[in-house]
Design a binder for this molecule. Structure first.
Ligand SMILES: Cc1cc2nc3c(=O)[nH]c(=O)nc-3n(C[C@H](O)[C@H](O)[C@H](O)COP(=O)(O)OP(=O)(O)OC[C@H]3O[C@@H](n4cnc5c(N)ncnc54)[C@H](O)[C@@H]3O)c2cc1C
Length: 492
């Protein structure tokens, strides 16, 4: 029997990271990418500390570290006049707690580094699109655009928001469950469009209106927002997000260069400081692209031997910079499960694989839902969608919420991110397992404490006026016990 093999449709963030992780685990794979590896779309990506830990485990971080600068500060500006209304060091606090930096990188460069680290390049087929797949009792066979067929044990759809693997999977599901297939096809909606770009900056110019490499500008408009940061010495990364009507993804348009020009004609005056505008970045762009900003989580991520990972399974709005980081979590979670399964059963059955996919869904879905909520709230806040969000951004957040508290809101999510558990942890994280276990126990105890407190208040209200013996109230004790059990259940 041939060794277990994972076929991967899509050679971008998910496809290449998965290939690297599988290679590290000694699992066979083959990647199919319909275009070139690391195309220039004008895109950049913020990598969060929890993802950097995974890149370090994969041996990639050492090639990235010298070329990026750690983000520390968020400067919040008014889009109309460029006035700064808040400065926060919340990113520095996040990096301090998670022990790894937080930074922007040109997306193309990240993909090139991931690709460079894959040892066996013959397993990565660029300019080769997956056009379909067929499942058999003992495996899955994909057909590619050049007419070739490849056999594997599992097929991973890492082919993005317009995934062909998801489309074929949905078509197979429609034969037995039409309603589910429709839900899968209509999983994404769009309420915003995003114009993003990379521009040149002159390293010798003073550029006082641009952030330094450690700062992100968050520009707040009325139903639109912008993000600008620099990547020393000579690049500027920028994004403009504009609220549109809500549309179902399968009806969203693909935008043209004329559409992007029309957006700049209308929003180019967005202020990036006194007397400086977004148009200046547009005029010095290397490349800029206008896209719909989809949001949604596909109801079912697997079928038979096929699993969706990354944007093909869940897509979140861009402002919080979470989509790619969530995708890296998915790769990590899935690879951890697969490595453990293959250790036990080198030739797993279809039912073993189904259990693996279900387990992955159980753990990762709730993380995707939280990431989606954080992202949507960030997008709405930065576009000041309501008067309350505007008031909160201008008067509550700068004056009444500390940087630690702002970081804490995000850390509650980020601290539970997975790492590759078949690769040693980096030395600075040697105590991570212990630390996480202590935090889990601590948060379980505090939940039990809160439940007991609530039960005690309830008891107080129930006591007869003449006084009563709580210890003798067996129903009360039963309620305390069941409160603890319920709390324990919640904290699992
Ligand atoms: C402008 C912008 C900024 C973003 N910024 C951030 C950020 O700061 N932080 C963050 O965490 N996330 C960010 N994201 C989200 C992040 O980029 C995505 O979540 C991430 O790229 C998802 O990776 P993926 O591999 O699943 O999909 P993709 O990156 O979309 O890759 C899919 C790949 O599949 C290929 N493909 C498609 N069809 C086929 C086929 N039939 N056969 C073979 N190959 C195929 C495509 O060519 C592509 O290379 C941003 C997204 C955008 C658009």
């Amino acid at each position: 029997m041939p060794p277990f093999k994972v076929l991967i449709s899509g050679g971008s963030l998910v496809g290449l990271t998965l290939a690297l992780a599988l290679e590290r685990a000694g699992i066979n794979f083959e990647v199919f990418e319909k275009g070139e590896i690391g195309p220039q779309l004008g895109a950049s990506i913020a990598l969060h500390s929890q993802s950097v830990r995974i890149l370090e485990q994969l041996g990639v971080w050492k090639d990235i570290e010298p070329t990026v600068t750690q983000l520390e500060k968020v400067r919040r500006l008014d889009a109309n006049d460029g006035r700064v209304f808040e400065e926060s060091f919340q990113l520095r606090e996040i990096s301090r707690v998670l022990r790894w930096p937080f930074f922007f990188i040109e997306r193309r460069r990240l993909l090139q580094v991931l690709y460079k680290h894959i040892r066996d390049k013959s397993k990565v087929h660029d300019h080769t699109a997956v056009v379909s797949y067929e499942e058999h009792d003992d495996g899955v066979v994909v057909t590619t655009s050049d007419g070739r067929s490849f056999r594997g044990d599992v097929l991973v759809g890492a082919d993005g928001i317009h995934s062909i693997v998801r489309a074929v999977m949905s078509e197979r599901i429609s034969r037995i469950n039409h309603a589910l297939s429709t839900e899968i096809d209509q999983a994404f909606t769009t309420s915003y469009q995003a114009l993003f770009g990379i521009s040149r900056r002159d390293p010798s110019a003073s550029d006082s209106f641009l952030p330094d490499g450690h700062t992100v500008y968050n520009v707040y408009g009325d139903n639109y927002s912008a993000i600008v940061t620099t990547s020393p010495p000579d690049l500027v990364f920028w994004f403009l997000f504009i609220k549109t009507g809500r549309t179902q993804d399968h009806k969203t348009p693909r935008y043209t260069d004329e559409d992007a020009q029309a957006v700049i004609d209308r929003y180019g005056r967005t202020a990036l400081g006194k007397n400086h505008t977004l148009r200046e970045l547009w005029d010095t762009r290397i490349r800029a692209t206008l896209v719909p900003m989809e949001d949604g989580i596909v109801k079912q991520w697997s079928h038979g031997r096929v699993l969706l990972l990354g944007d093909s399974a869940h897509k979140v709005t861009i402002n919080a910079g979470l989509g790619g980081n969530l995708a890296l979590e998915a790769v990590t979670q899935f690879t951890n499960g697969l490595v453990a399964l293959l250790k036990e059963k080198p030739s797993p059955s279809l039912s073993d694989l189904s259990s693996l996919f279900e387990q992955f869904d159980r753990v990762h879905r709730s993380r995707a839902e939280v990431a989606r909520t954080i992202s949507a709230k960030t997008t709405q806040t930065e576009a000041q969608e309501t008067w309350f969000l505007r008031f909160h951004a201008r008067y509550i957040s700068p004056w009444f919420i500390s940087d630690q508290a702002k970081a804490g809101q995000y850390l509650r999510f980020a601290k539970d991110a997975p790492w590759l558990d078949f690769v040693p942890l980096p030395s600075r994280d040697a105590d991570l397992l212990d630390r996480r276990e202590k935090e889990r126990v601590g948060s379980r105890l505090s939940r039990i404490g809160r439940c007991l407190g609530a039960e005690h208040c309830w008891q107080q209200r129930q006591l007869p006026q003449s006084g009563g013996d709580i210890g003798g109230d067996r129903g009360g004790l039963r309620r305390v016990a069941s409160s603890i059990a319920a709390c324990n259940g919640q904290s699992k």
